[in-house]
Design a protein around this ligand. Structure first.
Ligand code: SME
Length: 173
């Protein structure tokens, strides 16, 4: 009985999340067609994802500083609380790991990942998706959640889609 109630709740939550993801994707497409510049797209995207996806407590971009030696990520547009991590080198944090590997990183419990750089005590899980411009990592989209394991495979697909849109827009700059 207890098990089936938990299961029903999980199915309902997954359906609600999928619905929200579909809504967010449509809104992102609309934003992409209306934004005049990459800056507008990135600003709008952080606000939109933070507003529509209730589990996304902090949404922001880190971009590689042009010509920096050693390479350095610099905080760009974001929606959420201020973070002390305004510059991150590639050997620091989940952000550094995603940029140096060129791979999406999903951390279900940041408390268990020794790489994690804390922005807020409330953050429980995180996703970082690299942004590619002409095949090279140019930055990343970073999202924190106050919930454990907030980022499902559907969330990952949505965030990767957003990162691709930004990469394409930066390529056409
Ligand atoms: N947690 C990140 C740092 C950036 S904040 O989440 C905004 C990391 O471990 O790299």
């Amino acid at each position: 009985m207890w098990f089936s109630m938990v299961w029903v709740r999980m199915v309902v939550m997954a359906a609600l999340n999928a619905n929200k993801i579909g809504e967010a994707r449509k809104a992102v497409d609309r934003l992409n067609s209306e934004a005049h510049t990459a800056k507008e797209l990135m600003e709008g995207m952080t606000a939109l994802l933070n507003k529509l996806m209730l589990k996304y407590s902090w949404v922001g971009f880190y971009m590689l500083e042009p010509g920096a030696v050693p390479p350095m990520l610099s905080l760009g547009h974001y929606t959420g609380a201020m973070t002390p991590h305004t510059r991150i080198s590639l050997n620091q944090g989940i952000c550094g790991a995603a940029a140096s590997s060129g791979k999406t990183i999903v951390v279900d419990d940041v408390g268990k990942d020794p790489r994690y750089l804390a922005c807020s005590l409330e953050t429980k899980s995180e996703i970082v998706v690299p942004i590619f411009v002409r095949g090279q990592v140019a930055g990343e989209l970073d999202i924190d959640s106050h919930f454990l394991a907030a980022f499902t495979s559907d969330d990952r697909e949505l965030v990767e889609y957003c990162a691709q849109l930004v990469g394409k827009r930066l390529e056409n700059k």
